[in-house]
Design a protein around this ligand. Structure first.
Ligand code: ADP
Ligand code: MG
Length: 314
């Protein structure tokens, strides 16, 4: 029997929704798309983002400090851990239910709470760039800077938001356990929200005040698991050159060399498409035979058959 294709799927914001009820609904659609791939004979590992959810948890924990002065503010690493468990809970139940609905009873589903080591010297710590949480006015922003030592930045005329560092993932702490689970046939959800960022201090892992980009964390996970495919599911069917302009051109097949050239030419927006293309290039160039794909969630089945999406190869 041919070896099953191993796929790491990175779920974007549209696979999870923005609120609790939205997430409940979204994961059902997401689970269908993932189980479609399992029915195609693929071995799937799921990773996901946490932008809205970590903002929500962070806001709730700030509200707690207002309500009860004895409560200190919650570290961002703990907020990431909470978001990871909450999303994993909804996703694993939706996946298990969808598998059972299709009569697949031999695939256990589990979420691995995953820590990802970052480098304390990562330059990202000196230049926080990732906005999280709700918009506040100037006065509230100044108050939050004073109370919690947050860095608050004006965001495109819409008000102020907290910005946090987004360092590169270096090591997945629980990779051994994740690999064992995957090898024994479990459907594993790992590296949620890019993983809980930690810094190694001897035997101690210290939570870092950061949010790791899920596209980069998924790329590292795919390399570590020696996956055949990294599939980044997002809100567009394909990646475009001259995106949103009259010269817009959708890409089908891109070599690593071409993609690097397009990156240089500035075709991909930082913070949205750029990290995806960088992650795709990094995975596709890491070993011959590794393919990365960027497409819409509902098109994943067609995409692995080469019918749609943007494919990256050596
Ligand atoms: P996710 O939550 O899946 O990470 P993002 O919003 O961060 O999604 O990134 C996907 C978005 O990137 C698309 O919806 C699109 O608006 C935007 N984008 C920016 N540049 C491009 C491009 N060159 N081609 C396609 N989409 C692009
Ligand atoms: Mg994103």
């Amino acid at each position: 029997m041919a070896k099953k294709k191993r796929i790491v799927i990175a779920l974007g914001g549209n696979a999870l929704g923005n609120t609790l009820p939205e997430q409940m609904k979204a994961v059902k659609i997401t689970a269908k798309a993932i189980v479609d791939l399992i029915e195609e004979g693929c071995e799937v590992v799921v990773a996901h983002g946490n932008g809205p959810q970590v903002g929500m948890v962070n806001n709730a924990m700030i509200a707690l400090t207002h309500e009860d002065k004895a409560q200190p503010n919650t570290p961002l690493s703990v907020c990431v851990a909470m978001s990871q468990a909450y999303i994993g809970y909804d996703l694993q139940n939706a996946l298990q239910e969808e598998l059972l609905n299709r009569g697949i009873t031999n695939i256990p589903v589990a979420t691995m709470i995953t820590q990802v080591r970052v480098d304390a010297d990562d330059p990202a710590f000196q230049a926080p760039s990732k906005p999280i949480g709700k918009f506040v006015d100037y006065k509230q922003a100044a108050q939050m800077e004073r109370d919690f030592s947050y860095i608050m930045k004006e965001d495109a005329g819409r008000g102020y938001r907290r910005v946090v560092a987004s360092p590169k993932p270096v090591e997945i702490i629980e990779i051994g356990t994740i690999r064992n689970m995957v090898e024994s046939g479990d459907l594993v959800i790992a590296c949620g929200g890019g993983g809980i960022p930690v810094i190694r201090q001897g035997n101690h892992l210290k939570g870092a005040s950061a949010v790791i980009d899920k596209d980069f964390a998924s790329c590292l996970l795919a390399k570590e698991l020696d996956a055949d495919f990294l599939i980044i599911l997002t809100a567009v069917e394909k990646v475009a050159l001259h995106y949103g302009t009259p010269e817009e051109t959708w890409l089908d097949n891109v070599s690593v060399a071409e993609a690097n050239q397009y990156i240089k030419e500035g075709h991909f927006a930082p913070g949205s498409m750029l990290p995806k293309v960088q992650a795709a290039v990094s995975f596709a160039s890491s070993k011959p035979g590794r393919t990365a794909l960027i497409t819409l969630l509902e098109n994943s089945r067609d995409a692995i058959q080469g019918k749609t999406g943007t494919t990256f190869h050596l």
